[in-house]
Design a protein around this ligand. Structure first.
Ligand SMILES: Cc1cc2nc3c(=O)[nH]c(=O)nc-3n(C[C@H](O)[C@H](O)[C@H](O)COP(=O)(O)OP(=O)(O)OC[C@H]3O[C@@H](n4cnc5c(N)ncnc54)[C@H](O)[C@@H]3O)c2cc1C
Length: 281
C-alpha cells in the first residue's frame, strides 16, 4: 500500500498504515426485516452493498428520508398506526433492487481482463487502452446509474394512492413522472433559461399540494380536511406550463420525503379518506 500511494502521488511521501483488515467485495446482503416493534434498521445495517456503482450511501440516505417523516408524524400525532409498517414495505424492495444492480455491475467489471500493457506508452499499450475504454463505455450503469439513484419506486405501498402504470424500471435511465409512488420530478420554477427557484426548495416541511397550470381546481376541501386531521399541508401554486406538462395533472400531493402520494385534475371526492390513506390511518 505505501508503494501504491507513492506511485499514485509521484512523490516519496511518508505513509503510516494505521490498521488493516480483510474486506469482501461482491456482497449483496439485505436484512430479512427492517423493523421490529420500536427498532428500525436503516443504511448498511439493513443492506450491505458491493461499492461498485456507489449506491450504498444513497440507499441509506433514502431509507432515513423515508423513515424520519414517518417517525415525526407518529410523534406529532397525525401519523396513523399503519404508517411505520410502510417503511419496510417501501424500502426493503428498493434495497433488493439496488444491491442487485451493484452486484451485476461488480460481476461485469470483474470480467474485465487488465494486463501490464495497459499502462505502457507504446502502440500496443494505446490499443489496449482503446479496447478497455470501449468495454468500459458500455457499462452505462456504472458511470450513469441515474435510474438506480432516482428511479426507485414504492408501487404497491399501502400509503400511496396508485393511479396508473409507472415507466419501466431501468438502472441507467430515469424518466421523470408524477405517477404516484415515485420521486417528485425536479423543475425550475420559471423554466430552464431563468433558473430561479427549484421546485424542491419550495416544498413545505410536511405534505405539499401542488396546484399546477393556470386554472387548477379549488383545494379548500383538502386544506380543511388536513386542518381537521392535523396534517401539515402547504399549498404551492405553480402556473408555469412546463411544470404542468411534466406533471400531467393539475393537482399533485407530495409527501415530506418528496415522493408523489396522489395526483388528479380535481380535488378528491373524499379528501379525509385520501389523507387517512397516505398518513397510514
Ligand atoms: C470502499 C467503499 C466505497 C464506497 N463508495 C460509495 C460511493 O461512492 N457512494 C455511496 O453512496 N456509497 C459508497 N459506499 C457505501 C457507504 O460508505 C455506506 O453505505 C455508508 O457509509 C453507510 O452508512 P451507515 O451510516 O449506514 O453505516 P456506517 O457508515 O457503517 O456507520 C455506522 C457507524 O456506527 C458505528 N457503530 C457500530 N457499532 C456501534 C456501536 N455498538 N455503538 C456505537 N456506534 C457503533 C460505526 O463505528 C460507524 O461509525 C462505499 C463503501 C465502501 C466500503
Amino acid at each position: 500500500m505505501p508503494a501504491l500511494v507513492r506511485r499514485a502521488t509521484g512523490a516519496d511521501v511518508d505513509v503510516d498504515v494505521l490498521g488493516h483488515r480483510s474486506w469482501t467485495p461482491g456482497l449483496a446482503l439485505v436484512a430479512d426485516r427492517f423493523a421490529d416493534r420500536r427498532v428500525f434498521l436503516a443504511g448498511d445495517a439493513a443492506h450491505l452493498f458491493t461499492p461498485t456503482g456507489g449506491f450504498g450511501m444513497n440507499t441509506g440516505v433514502d431509507d432515513v428520508a423515508n423513515l424520519s417523516w414517518k417517525l415525526a408524524a407518529r410523534l406529532a400525532g397525525w401519523g396513523g398506526p399503519d404508517l411505520l409498517a410502510s417503511y419496510e414495505c417501501e424500502r426493503r424492495p428498493v434495497a433488493e433492487r439496488n444491491t442487485a444492480a451493484a452486484r451485476r455491475l461488480n460481476m461485469n467489471l470483474g470480467k474485465l481482463r487488465l494486463g501490464p500493457l495497459l499502462e505502457q506508452s507504446t502502440l500496443p499499450g494505446r490499443r489496449e487502452r482503446e479496447r478497455v475504454g470501449g468495454l468500459l463505455s458500455m457499462y452505462g450503469e456504472q458511470f450513469a446509474s441515474i435510474g438506480v439513484q432516482l428511479g426507485a419506486r414504492y408501487d404497491g405501498s399501502p400509503v400511496i394512492a396508485a393511479d396508473s402504470d409507472p415507466p419501466p424500471d431501468s438502472p441507467a435511465a430515469y424518466v421523470p413522472t408524477s405517477v404516484p409512488g415515485g420521486r417528485a420530478p425536479h423543475a425550475w420554477r420559471r423554466g430552464k433559461r431563468d433558473r430561479g427557484d427549484s421546485l424542491f426548495d419550495l416544498l413545505g416541511p410536511g405534505f405539499t399540494l401542488l396546484r399546477l397550470g393556470t386554472r387548477p381546481a379549488a383545494v379548500t376541501g383538502m386544506t380543511a380536511a388536513a386542518e381537521r386531521a392535523g396534517v401539515p399541508l402547504t399549498v404551492l401554486e405553480l402556473p408555469a406550463a412546463h411544470i404542468r406538462d411534466m406533471y400531467e395533472r393539475d393537482l399533485v400531493l407530495i409527501r415530506p420525503d418528496q415522493y408523489v402520494a396522489w395526483r388528479g385534475n380535481r380535488s378528491p371526492d373524499d379528501p379525509a379518506a385520501l389523507l387517512a390513506k397516505v398518513t397510514g390511518k
